[in-house]
Design a protein. Structure first.
Lengths: 114, 113
């Protein structure tokens, strides 16, 4: 799985959009970008994933650059409950039967400021 | 639909003992993965079971083992506990086929004294 680089920490004002960057310059053509988050004392929670097109769901949006070397997770209206460690993970396509392993980096500790 | 459950939530053991942790996946899910989380090493993959067979294994010593039952429930065992085994042990479940997301349980906090 390709290596990812994320800033160790970020702050965001409550109600504003939180933009979390991730660099994955060695990503290969069959690797997806996944985002998970871990709220203190809980297990990680899946947020969103994408291959090359931008994706949006009820939790967040994922913007992947055209060269796929970086991506940004956007939480459109951050709340205090979004304070967590956010992990950007790159791994081979989930359609490859039998690949459930997730390789977590150190993530970004996002703090939402009231 | 009930989430992933792990028991016990907290456990204190002494060095040299062994421990068994349990995980019940979401109903219908056939894959169970185990992770260890420590402040120093972060989240690390231990192993994954699907239909009672180990499919993937992380880089951990043989003291760490697991199994999966026919109802998809899984157990992991750590023998001859060391202080460094103190960690949060997380279990994740997924359907195991063409999955894009895993669902994590709350974890078992193991303290080795």
């Amino acid at each position: 799985d390709a290596k990812t680089t994320q800033p160790p920490s970020m702050d965001c004002a409550e109600g504003r959009a939180a933009n979390l960057p991730c660099n994955h310059s060695t990503i290969s053509g069959n690797e997806y970008v996944y985002w998970y988050r871990q709220i203190h004392s809980q297990g990680p929670q899946y947020i969103i994933h994408g291959l090359k097109n931008n994706e949006t769901n009820e939790m967040a949006s994922l913007i992947i650059t055209e060269d796929r070397k970086s991506s940004t997770l956007i939480l459109p209206h951050a709340t205090l409950r979004d304070t967590a460690v956010y992990y950007c993970i790159v791994r081979v396509a989930a359609a490859n039967f039998g690949n459930e392993k997730l390789t977590f980096g150190t993530g970004t500790r996002l703090t939402i400021i009231p | 639909k009930a989430g992933v459950t792990q028991t016990p939530r907290y456990l204190i053991k002494t060095r040299g003992q062994q421990v068994t942790l349990s995980c019940s996946p979401i109903s219908g899910h056939r894959s169970v993965s185990w992770y260890q989380q420590t402040p120093g090493q972060g989240l690390q993959f231990l192993f994954e079971y699907f239909s009672e067979t180990q499919r993937n294994k992380g880089n951990f010593p043989g003291r760490f083992s697991g199994r999966q039952f026919s109802n998809s429930r899984s157990e992991m065992n750590v023998s001859t506990l060391e202080l460094g085994d103190s960690a949060l042990y997380l279990c994740a479940s997924s359907s195991g086929v063409n999955t894009y997301e895993q669902y994590f349980g709350p974890g078992t906090r193991l303290t080795v004294t």
